[in-house]
Design a protein around this ligand. Sequence first.
Ligand SMILES: NC(=O)c1ccc[n+]([C@@H]2O[C@H](COP(=O)([O-])OP(=O)(O)OC[C@H]3O[C@@H](n4cnc5c(N)ncnc54)[C@H](O)[C@@H]3O)[C@@H](O)[C@H]2O)c1
Length: 334
Amino acid sequence: MIRIGIVGMGTRGRLFARAVAQNHDATLVAIGDANPQILTEATARFAGPGYTSYRELLEQVRPDALIVATPDVAHCQPVLEAAQRGVHLLVEKPFATTVAEAEQMLEAVERADIFCQVAFENRWNPAFIRARETICRGEVGEVELMNGRLNDTIFVPTRMLYWAAHSTVGWFLLPHLVDLALWLGDKKAVRCYATATKRVLPSLGVDTWDAIQAILSFDDGTQAVFETCWILPTSLPTLFDLKFEIIGQRGALFIDTQDQMIHQAGQTFTYPGTLVTEVDGRLRGFPVDMVDSFIACLVEGRQPMATAHQGLEVTRIVAAVHESVQEERVVFLR
Ligand SMILES: NC(=O)c1ccc[n+]([C@@H]2O[C@H](COP(=O)([O-])OP(=O)(O)OC[C@H]3O[C@@H](n4cnc5c(N)ncnc54)[C@H](O)[C@@H]3O)[C@@H](O)[C@H]2O)c1
């Protein structure tokens, strides 16, 4: 039985707690959150001892694995402390928000010889799994262009994430698109150019970018264009809009995960979520599959599907996007 602790009991931590609790090969042994009120609510719901300090959690409970679901800028320290103690890791995206931190984290993981999975959950998302199979079978030919859009409604930075001003739409959303491009295209990014706008969110007291647009070039000439924004109107049918196009030399794939196959009209018009659902009291869907996959890797002693190496690679690219925005120039990655 894999003994798992979770640090950060917000939206993601609570989802992970359910996924771990229903997995027959794992047990949730402790939860941690810096906010005592959130911790009290979480311990009431998930039982188990609760800690406001992840260091205390690690020392007193000695879990086999730790899931890190703290805000974007607070992944590094819990990862380093867990790695020092030989504790396996599932780390939320973004792996880190600086290249220096990501390098330190990878080094700690390698030194400790532990397994570390990064929560690039779209690798478990059925549409992207099928897209990768199609590309690998050569059905679209050599991939030449990738266009990705991952936008959120303004609810996310203004109401959902109390820490939005300490991150950016780039760190929060781009890692998904960049990881998908690397995973689907299997190419190396060599250059990027990005621009951004900052008008609406600062006027609402959230001092961060409204939107970041990036063009990435890969070593074989493949181009990718990525769009992220945090200011879509809340009247949209979902909280997010994720679309991805892969254009190959002999075919193309068009993925739209916003449309969840059911549209509901009433006082408002919504697309009720179907990719994460509850059946027989059990949570189902790709984030749960991702947790199950992590646990299976620990049980079977094999490397996870999304590793700390890939976490560092994505961090390098997203950091270059931010550098390009700040310095208004093309940034070369190698
Ligand atoms: N993989 C995905 O698709 C996906 C989706 C949403 C969020 N995320 C990522 O997951 C992480 C968490 O996001 P969220 O939406 O759950 O945020 P959240 O704000 O709902 O939860 C974060 C929790 O961490 C706690 N916390 C803050 N600092 C801490 C510390 N030092 N030690 C312990 N607890 C601490 C906060 O009190 C809060 O309860 C972020 O990095 C986010 O980008 C990933």
